[in-house]
Design a protein around this ligand. Structure first.
Ligand SMILES: [Cu+2]
Length: 465
C-alpha cells in the first residue's frame, strides 16, 4: 500500500513565501485538519479525480484522439479480453478487492460494496445507491466516526445514518482513500547559487495510482511524482530549472505564464530549442515575472506526456508583501487544484474521487484555491453552499473586475485564483459540473472533492496513517 509522504512545512524555506500563508496542498495538511499555528505539520498535497464512472461510449463528447490507448476508467469489472488497459486494470483491481466475508474490520480499501449490502437493499434502492455510498465510505474512512467530535452529536447522527455506520463497515477503521495514495504537489526548496534559485529535477517513468483500488498506470513524473513538485519563487527572482531526462523518449519543459526575456527559454522543441534527449540535462534560466499562479509542463508530444503526468504548479509570489494573498486578502490557507482529463481519466492533482484530498478549513478562515487546467477540455468548478470570490485569472489580479461565482469554467491552460470565506460548517460538495466527469453508475468519481468546514480547528492527522 502506498502512503502519503509526510513533510514538515517548516523545513521548507519557501514555506512562507506568500506572506506566511499556510497551505493545505501542496506541502501541507488538508486545510484545517491541523492547527497550523501549533503544529505546522504538512502531509500532503493535491487531489484529483479520475476514476470510476463511465465508459467512453457514454461520454463521446470527451472522447480521446483516435488511436490513443486510454479510456475513462470504470470500477465495474469488465468482461475479460477487453483491450482497454485502464479498464482491464480496473477489473483486476476490483477482483483483488473483492468483498471479504469476514466481519472483522480491515484497513484494505474496497472498491465494491459487500455482497450482503447488495443482497439486502433498502426499499427503493438500487445497486447504484450502495455503490454511491461505498465511494463516500472510502473517501472518509475513519474520518467519518471522528466527525462526531467535530460537528456534535445531532449532526453526526445524520451523517452516521447516511453512511449506515451502525453496520460497522470496514472503511470506518481504514485510512481515507486520499491518504492511501501518493500525493504530488510537494513544494521543494531551491538551492541558492550566486543569488539564483536553482531547482534540480528529474523526469522519470513512474507507476501511478489514480486511487488505491486501481492497478497502477504507466505514467511520467517530475521527480517521480504526479503532479510534479511545486516550485515557488518571488517575483523578480532569477531562476534556473535544471531537468535531467531519465525517459526513453525526448521532451521539453515550458513554464506557462512566464514572460521570458530570452525566447530560447520557452521550452518548445523545434521552436525554441532541440528536444531534451534521453539522458540529457537541460537548464532553463529566466527571471520570474509576472507574479501569479503559473504552471510548468511538457511541451513535446504533450497530449501524451502531460496526460501521463508531466504537469506541475509554478507559483510566483508578489515582490510587494502587501500584495500577498495573506496580507491583502487575509487568506489563511491555500490549495492548488490541477485538473487533467486524459490518460488517468478525470483527475484533480493526479487522482480521481474518492482519492482526492479534501479542503478542510475552520469557520472564519479564508481559503485560496488555485485552479489550473492541464487537460484538454473545459471544466466548470462548482462549489456548493458558497460563492467563490474570483481574484485572478492566468496569474493576473482582476482588481475592480473581481467577481463572485458558484460555478467557474476553467479552460485548458487557464488558471483562476479564488478565495472562499468560510462561515458555515459542513461538508460541501465541490466538483466539475459537466456531469459525466463526476458521476456514473458506480456513484461519484473523477472530478469531485469537498470543502469540509469545521466549527473550530481540529487535528485529524492521526487518522491519516
Ligand atoms: Cu469536467
Amino acid at each position: 500500500m502506498e502512503t502519503v509522504t509526510l513533510q514538515d512545512s517548516q523545513s521548507t524555506p519557501e514555506g512562507s513565501a506568500d506572506g506566511g500563508t499556510p497551505r493545505s496542498t501542496p506541502g501541507g495538511p488538508p486545510a484545517g485538519l491541523i492547527d497550523l499555528a501549533v503544529t505546522r505539520r504538512g502531509f500532503l498535497r493535491g487531489a484529483a479525480l479520475a476514476g470510476t464512472g463511465l465508459v467512453a461510449a457514454t461520454v463521446a463528447a470527451c472522447a480521446p484522439a483516435a488511436g490513443q490507448a486510454w479510456q475513462y476508467a470504470t470500477s465495474k469489472p469488465l468482461a475479460s479480453g477487453s483491450a482497454a488497459p485502464v479498464a482491464s486494470a480496473a477489473a483486476s483491481a476490483a477482483a483483488s478487492a473483492a468483498p471479504s466475508m469476514s466481519m472483522a474490520p480491515t484497513a484494505a480499501p474496497s472498491a465494491v460494496p459487500s455482497a450482503s449490502a447488495i443482497a439486502n437493499l433498502p426499499p427503493g434502492w438500487s445497486e447504484h445507491d450502495i455503490n454511491a455510498r461505498q465511494v463516500i465510505r472510502r473517501y472518509l474512512g475513519k474520518i467519518a466516526p471522528a466527525l462526531k467530535g467535530v460537528y456534535g452529536d445531532a449532526a453526526f447522527a445524520k451523517l452516521a445514518d447516511m453512511l449506515a455506520a451502525s453496520e460497522n463497515y470496514p472503511e470506518l477503521t481504514a485510512i481515507p482513500e486520499f491518504a492511501q495514495v501518493t500525493q504530488g504537489n510537494e513544494q521543494i526548496a531551491p538551492k541558492i547559487v550566486n543569488g539564483v534559485k536553482v531547482f534540480e529535477l528529474t523526469i522519470d517513468e513512474i507507476d501511478h495510482k489514480i486511487d488505491a483500488t486501481k492497478a497502477p498506470l504507466k505514467a511520467l513524473g517530475y521527480n517521480k511524482i504526479w503532479p510534479g513538485p511545486q516550485l515557488r519563487v518571488t517575483e523578480g527572482d532569477k531562476v534556473q530549472a535544471v531537468f535531467t531526462n531519465n525517459l526513453k523518449e525526448t521532451t521539453g519543459v515550458h513554464f506557462h505564464g512566464i514572460e521570458f526575456e530570452d525566447f530560447f527559454q520557452d521550452g518548445v522543441p523545434f521552436v525554441t530549442q532541440k528536444p531534451i534527449a534521453p539522458g540529457e540535462t537541460f537548464t532553463y534560466e529566466f527571471t520570474a515575472t509576472p507574479h501569479g499562479s503559473m504552471m510548468y509542463h511538457s511541451h513535446h508530444n504533450a497530449t501524451d506526456q502531460v496526460g501521463r503526468g508531466l504537469l506541475a504548479a509554478f507559483i510566483v509570489d508578489p515582490k510587494d508583501p502587501a500584495e500577498s494573498y495573506a496580507k491583502k486578502y487575509g487568506v489563511t490557507q491555500e490549495y492548488t487544484w490541477i485538473s487533467n482529463d486524459t490518460v488517468g481519466g478525470f483527475t484533480i492533482n493526479g487522482h480521481g474521487f474518492p482519492a482526492v484530498v479534501p479542503i478542510v478549513a475552520a469557520k472564519g478562515e479564508k481559503v485560496l484555491v488555485r485552479f489550473m487546467n492541464e487537460g484538454i477540455m473545459m471544466h466548470p468548478w462548482h462549489l456548493h453552499g458558497y460563492r467563490m470570490r474570483v481574484v485572478a485569472r492566468d496569474g493576473a489580479r482582476l482588481g475592480t473586475a473581481e467577481f463572485f461565482a458558484d460555478t467557474l469554467g476553467v479552460n485548458p491552460g487557464e488558471r483562476y485564483d479564488v478565495i472562499v470565506d468560510v462561515d458555515r460548517p459542513g461538508v460541501w460538495a465541490f466538483h466539475c459540473h459537466i456531469l459525466p466527469h463526476v458521476e456514473g453508475t458506480e456513484g461519484m468519481f473523477g472530478m469531485v472533492n469537498t470543502l469540509i468546514v469545521t466549527p473550530t480547528k481540529v487535528d485529524l492527522t492521526p487518522l491519516l496513517t
